[in-house]
Design a protein around this ligand. Structure first.
Ligand code: UTP
Length: 276
C-alpha cells in the first residue's frame, strides 16, 4: 500500500515573478484554493495519509496553510463565513504533514532525494503541485489510477501525456513499447530534448510512483541537463536494471507553472464551479 506522497516544492518559480518573490508558487490560487491543496486532495483521494513536503527558503506559507489558524477559527466560528474553511479543515483532519528543506536547488532529482528522510524504505507517490490535474467522468484521480497499476506491477510508474512535438524541450520524454492499453514499458527517456532528437511525443508530467531503490540511484546520478540532478536520468537507470512504466492517464492536466496553463486552469475551474 502506498501511504506517503512527496511534494517537491522548493523551486524558485521564476516564471511567476514577481508574484513568487515572497510567496511560494505552490500557494498561487486557482479560484480560492492554492495549487498545493489541489495536490494534497488528490493524494487523499488515492488513500494517502502522509504528505511529505520538500520546501526551501520563503516557503513558510505552505506550513501555515496546512495548520489550524486559531485566531481565524475564533473570528469566524458561528458566522455565515464559517463554510469557507470547511475544505481546508477536512484536509488537515484527513492526513498528517511533514516537512524538510532542500538547502540548495540542485534539481528535481535532488529534491526527491532530500525527501528520503521523510519517506524511508517504502514505495511512495510524487506530486508536482504546479501540474494541476482533474478527474474526467467516472475515472478516479490520476494518482488513484497509478496506485492501481502499482498494486499490479510493483515498480516505478510515471504519468505521461501526448504533447505537440514542438514542446518536447519543456519535458522529460519517453519511448517504450505498449504492454497494455495506454501503458508502456520504458526503453528510453530524455530530459527536455530538442524536437528533432525527441524519441516520441510522450511527455512525463508531474505524477510519479517511485520504489525506494530510486534514492540510491539518485545518489549516484551525476548532474545532467541544466547542471541539475534529473529524476529522468535516475529513472532511466532504474528502467535499464529492471522495469519502469509510463502511463497515459485519463484526466485533464494544466501546466500551472506557466502563465498560459494557469489562466486555462482558472477558466476551467471557474466554469466547472458555475455548472454545479
Ligand atoms: P520547475 O522546473 O517548474 O522549476 O520545477 P521551478 O523553479 O518551480 O519554476 P520555474 O521554472 O523557475 O518557473 C518542477 C518542480 O520541481 C520542484 C519545483 O518546486 C517544482 O514543483 N523543484 C525543482 C524542487 O523542489 N527543487 C529543485 O531544485 C528544482
Amino acid at each position: 500500500m502506498i501511504k506517503k506522497c512527496l511534494f517537491p516544492a522548493a523551486g524558485y518559480g521564476t516564471r511567476f515573478l514577481p508574484a513568487t518573490k515572497a510567496m511560494p508558487k505552490e500557494m498561487l490560487p486557482v479560484l480560492t484554493k492554492p495549487l498545493i491543496q489541489y495536490g494534497v486532495e488528490e493524494a487523499i483521494s488515492a488513500n494517502m495519509e502522509t504528505m511529505a513536503i520538500v520546501t526551501g527558503r520563503g516557503k513558510r506559507a505552505i506550513e501555515d496553510h496546512f495548520d489550524i489558524s486559531y485566531e481565524l477559527e475564533h473570528q469566524i466560528k458561528g458566522t455565515s463565513k464559517e463554510h469557507y474553511l470547511t475544505e481546508i479543515r477536512d484536509v488537515i483532519e484527513n492526513c498528517t504533514f511533514s516537512y524538510t528543506r532542500q538547502v540548495e536547488m540542485k534539481g528535481l532529482g535532488h529534491a526527491i532525494l532530500t525527501g528520503e528522510t521523510l519517506i524511508g524504505n517504502e514505495a511512495f507517490a510524487v506530486i508536482l503541485a504546479d501540474d494541476l490535474c482533474d478527474n474526467i467522468g467516472s475515472e478516479g484521480s490520476v494518482l488513484t489510477q497509478m496506485v492501481e497499476l502499482y498494486n499490479k506491477y510493483k515498480c516505478s510508474i510515471v504519468a505521461i501525456e501526448e504533447i505537440p512535438k514542438s514542446d518536447t524541450n519543456k519535458y522529460g520524454v519517453i519511448s517504450g513499447h505498449e504492454i497494455e492499453d495506454g501503458l508502456y514499458k520504458i526503453d528510453d527517456m530524455v530530459e527536455k530534448p530538442d524536437p528533432k532528437d525527441a524519441p516520441s511525443n510522450l511527455a512525463i508530467i508531474g505524477r510519479y510512483i517511485l520504489t525506494p531503490d530510486i534514492f540510491d540511484i539518485i545518489k549516484k546520478t551525476k548532474p545532467g541537463k541544466g547542471g541539475e540532478i534529473q529524476i529522468t536520468d535516475a529513472l532511466l537507470e532504474q528502467a535499464k536494471n529492471g522495469m519502469v512504466l509510463a502511463y497515459k492517464f485519463k484526466g485533464k492536466r494544466f501546466d500551472c507553472g506557466s502563465v498560459n496553463g494557469f489562466v486555462e486552469a482558472t477558466n476551467y475551474f471557474f466554469e466547472k464551479e458555475n455548472l454545479k
